[in-house]
Design a protein around this ligand. Structure first.
Ligand code: ADP
Length: 485
């Protein structure tokens, strides 16, 4: 059987709505899969930004009452994606972040908001939209996971199901008394169903009941089967080892292309690395840093949460500055971490720039202008910023965790003698290891020729979606064949 259609279900898709890497992946994988002969339709919640971008939409299904209000499914296209959009104003027409209210707390009805998404997905998977019969349903993270549980407990034929985990830290855990509200039968509340430490676990249900489970790097796929990284789900993941695979993410190499990037002061490629100097100057000027052409300029583009390990940074910055270094950090997240970083920046205004917020243009300018990009995560399912850094000739300096370990080759003596190193890799969650890594970067950069070679090797690394898409396509085909057989 040849496979043609995937229903991808998610709460984000770049460039329509994005809070992190999940959005990038959901936005980019469909195009990559078309090269494998697979068409993807993506089902998203009807946030204002999604509805606003939808072209030539038609109503394909209506609900009198979906989790407390009327709703409809719209089919259309937006920014190159074939979409189904769940237009349910009582659930999604809200200001700010898709998950969190402006006061920083989760929306109180998130269980219902994403139960509705799951229910619509399960309907579509079972033929609710005339002429559309997906072979595979791919549910991304907990927000989409209920689709898999609803399909599992429904009668009749269903497509193959794939649960894709972008971050095990976000699990969607809700009170057990919601079982009926979210449309599940009493028998679903079981250890091999949606029950999760006495509550309902959306991600847990997806992991337990999907035909296949994928996550976003081979190392993370191994790590999450251990108690240390399994976040309460390692036992289940060990049980599901046979169907668990790690497939690395790629990045959109058109959006992230230093030769054509409209945000950069100067475009460049591996043969014209000298042109990066103009980007560095423009970045320093934009951020009010000293226009120092020689400083080791380190960049960070990140959510500011415990996961990312950036709380370790303030303590090591005095040493970086003593070596003449500079820091350009862009991020947002935990208020206390934002404040700590801003306080450090205030102490060294022309050496440290901390920009709080979400800013696509500055993210590109940091990648195009810094010497090194730092990712000191405690855990990292895949990580995308180090892939962007490789492509932009910003040497990645990363903790040895998850996908960071799978994508950056440490430039140790042996790697350098084999012309193989692409960055610096250090032990996670250690201030000393982070400080030593920054010292190593300074030493490596001291050898201009070898540093340039390392930048070029990074830029030649294949960070595109081509190989990951091949792996997803193979997995989808094998699953569809299994189910047909
Ligand atoms: P995560 O999904 O855990 O946030 P990833 O590295 O997988 O981390 O993906 C982060 C994505 O979000 C990258 O595309 C990165 O460039 C982008 N990003 C993160 N923080 C910001 C920010 N403050 N401004 C702009 N882009 C950001």
């Amino acid at each position: 059987m040849s496979l043609r259609t995937v229903l991808s279900v998610a709460s984000e898709a770049f460039p329509l709505v994005k809070t992190g890497g999940l959005g990038d992946v959901v936005g980019a994988l469909p195009l990559a899969l078309t090269h494998e002969g697979i068409a993807t339709t993506t089902l998203l919640p009807g946030y204002a930004s999604v509805l606003g971008a939808l072209e030539a939409a038609t109503v394909v299904r209506e609900y009198d009452d979906l989790q407390g209000g009327p709703a409809r499914l719209l089919a259309g296209r937006a920014r190159g994606l074939d979409l189904l959009v769940l237009d349910a104003p009582h659930l999604y027409a809200r200001p700010g972040n898709p998950y969190v209210a402006p006061d920083g707390t989760d929306w109180p009805d998130n269980a219902q908001r994403f139960a509705a998404l799951g229910a619509a997905a399960a309907d579509v998977a079972r033929g609710a939209v005339a002429g559309f019969a997906p072979d595979i349903v791919q549910a991304h993270d907990w927000q989409a996971a209920l689709a898999i549980a609803l399909l599992h407990y429904a009668d009749g034929r269903r497509p193959g199901t794939v649960m894709t985990v972008h971050n095990l830290a976000f699990q969607g855990k809700f009170p057990r008394d919601l079982l009926e509200v979210i449309g599940l039968p009493p028998r679903a509340f079981a250890a091999d169903g949606v029950e999760y430490y006495g509550d309902i676990g959306y991600l847990k249900a997806g992991l337990a009941l999907a035909d296949r489970v994928t996550t976003v790097s081979p190392t993370y796929a191994a790590e999450i089967r251990s108690p240390e990284h399994g976040m309460g789900l390692d036992g289940l993941l060990r049980h599901r080892t046979d169907v668990l695979t790690g497939i690395l993410n790629g990045i959109d190499t058109d959006v992230w292309n230093p030769a054509t990037d409209p945000f950069l002061a100067a475009s460049y490629d591996a043969r014209r690395l000298g042109r990066r100097a103009a980007n560095r100057r423009a970045l320093q000027a934009r951020l009010d840093l000293a226009l120092d052409p020689d400083a080791l300029l380190v960049g960070v583009v990140s959510r500011l949460t415990w996961q990312k390990g950036l709380d370790l940074l303030p303590a090591v910055l005095p040493a970086l500055i003593a070596q003449g270094g500079q820091l350009a950090l862009l991020g947002s997240g935990d208020f206390t971490l934002e404040a700590a970083l801003q306080e450090t920046a205030a102490t060294y205004p022309d050496r440290i720039a901390v920009s709080i917020g979400y800013d696509e243009s500055l993210a590109h300018q940091i990648q195009g202008g810094v010497d090194a990009l730092l990712v000191p995560s405690r855990f990292e399912p895949c990580g995308l910023t180090q892939l962007c850094a490789l492509r932009y000739g910003a040497v990645p300096v990363v903790a040895r965790a998850g996908g960071l370990a799978d994508t950056v080759i440490d430039a140790n003596e042996m790697a350098l003698s084999a012309n193989a190193g692409t960055g610096v890799v250090f032990a996670p969650d250690s201030r000393d290891a982070l400080a030593f890594a920054l010292e190593r970067v300074a030493t490596l950069r001291g050898n201009a020729r070898s540093w340039r070679q390392m930048q070029r090797r990074g830029m030649k690394t294949d960070v595109s979606w081509a190989r990951p898409a091949e792996q997803y396509a193979a997995l989808f085909r094998a699953l569809a064949a299994d189910r047909a057989g």
